[in-house]
Design a protein around this ligand. Structure first.
Ligand code: HGY
Ligand code: MN
Ligand code: MN
Length: 418
């Protein structure tokens, strides 16, 4: 396996890129608000595209508005090594989730270009649209992997009820073009993604790099309890059909449901609750809430879904409510490709990194790409395990270490024939 140690990433350039992109979509509270297909997200895409051009990459956007930069290979029509992640964020996000993978990938390709090194195959850097699932799933990578259907394009909505199709049209995009974003799997050799761990393991173990072997699956539901709005003063407690109390009762059932049906990698989160009519002196007649449930084993995911449906029905009966739910997305857990994981591990070991093999509790575009090609991921530590908040951080020397391992993995994979 040919490895030249002379190609080094520049942490100064990477730091400058991170600082610049961190200013796009920054809110008053210091968090990032670059949610998918907002003006800030589109500004971030434009900024990134220009950076790719400045780096001498051939750029384009596909029908899902994925931003793509290509480093040409010696064999022009060989299947590409694809690297990337996302630059869209959750509301009030940190500056590294997704972004670090895209900008580290950009720095790797810039370093290779600067060193005049030409890979055997094209290497394509992609910033996938809507990884955070504002519109339900991982729209950009799902479109790239051919998983988007007219149903997705027509019915995907965000938590506020805005339709994906309308949102794209208002940006001058044709949502139906997403159906043409599918890339022929024969043109993709493999996918590599660098990402922050978003958990506590690497930082607690004082390790620099995570060599990811498996990625958790998840399903997202929007659940509704329907009761009866009524006067907060004149309606005796036993006579109420209080939809919020349904949510409260169900939330207290979650630990039991996970204990009885889950595993140590099971997670369940209610991240958003909306009550109607929403006035302080009215018993809520309707409650609508999000449910995010995860496990690395799909059988366990199915068992958790069945147990959750039973618990919702029991709570509804007890509270004289009715309930319904929309299954927003179901993303399969995946194993990373053993040979690609070995390449990442070899790059980490040769660079003298303290590393460990581990699983991902967060979902990533890599698990969508795993449906069409071999994938592997590189993690860098998250300070105090924090993420999806402005407290999200990774020490600069860990960022440099991770990006250098990424470059080492690219060199091992895309220059193998050299
Ligand atoms: O939710 C996740 O795991 C990822 O950050 N989208
Ligand atoms: Mn992410
Ligand atoms: Mn995220």
């Amino acid at each position: 396996m040919l490895v030249t140690e002379d190609t080094k990433i520049s942490i100064e350039r990477l730091r400058e890129d991170l600082k610049q992109l961190a200013e796009i979509g920054r809110g008053e509270d210091g968090g990032l608000y670059r949610m998918a297909f907002t003006a800030a997200d589109m500004e971030g895409k434009a900024w990134l595209e220009q950076k790719m051009k400045d780096a001498g990459l051939e750029t384009c956007r596909d029908g899902a508005c994925n931003v793509i930069g290509k480093l040409a290979g010696k064999v022009a029509d060989a299947p590409s090594l694809v690297i990337g992640s996302h630059i869209d964020t959750v509301p009030c996000a940190g500056i590294l989730d997704g972004t670090l993978g895209v900008l580290s990938g950009l720095e790797c390709l810039r370093a290779l270009k600067e060193a005049g090194r030409v890979p055997e195959m094209p290497v394509e850097l992609i910033a996938f649209s809507d990884e955070e699932g504002r519109f339900g799933g991982m729209f950009g990578s799902q479109a790239f992997a051919g998983q988007v259907t007219p149903d997705t394009v027509h019915n995907a909505v965000d938590p506020g009820g805005l339709k994906l199709a309308d949102t794209m049209q208002e940006l001058g995009l044709d949502p139906w073009d997403a159906l043409q974003a599918r890339r022929d799997p024969a043109s993709i050799a493999a996918y590599l993604e660098l990402h922050i761990e978003q958990g506590p393991v690497l930082s607690q173990m004082q390790e620099q790099v995570g060599v990811v072997e498996a990625i958790t699956g998840l399903f997202k539901w929007t659940v509704k309890f329907h009761g009866e709005p009524n006067h907060a003063g004149t309606t005796p407690m036993p006579m109420r059909r209080d939809a919020f109390m349904g949510v409260a009762d169900f939330a207290h059932e979650l630990p039991r449901i996970l204990d009885e049906n889950g595993s140590e990698t099971s997670r369940a989160t209610i991240g958003r609750v909306e009550l109607a009519p929403g006035s302080p002196n009215t018993v809520p007649g309707e409650a609508r809430f999000s449910l995010d449930v995860r496990d690395t084993d799909e059988t366990v995911m199915n068992e958790l879904a069945a147990a959750i449906r039973k618990a919702l029905a029991a709570v509804a009966r007890r509270r004289r409510l009715s309930f319904s739910y929309d299954a927003e997305s179901w993303i399969h857990p995946v194993d990373c490709d053993a040979a690609l994981v070995d390449i990442v591990e070899d790059a980490a070991r040769s660079a003298g990194m303290r590393y460990r093999r581990m699983e991902s509790g967060a979902a990533h575009d890599a698990q969508i790409m795993a449906t069409v090609c071999p994938v592997a991921m590189i993690f860098v530590p998250s300070k105090d395990g924090k993420s999806h908040s402005p407290a999200e951080w990774t020490a600069w020397d860990d960022i440099e270490a991770g990006a250098q391992v990424m470059l080492g993995a690219i060199e091992r994979y895309a220059f193998a024939g050299a």
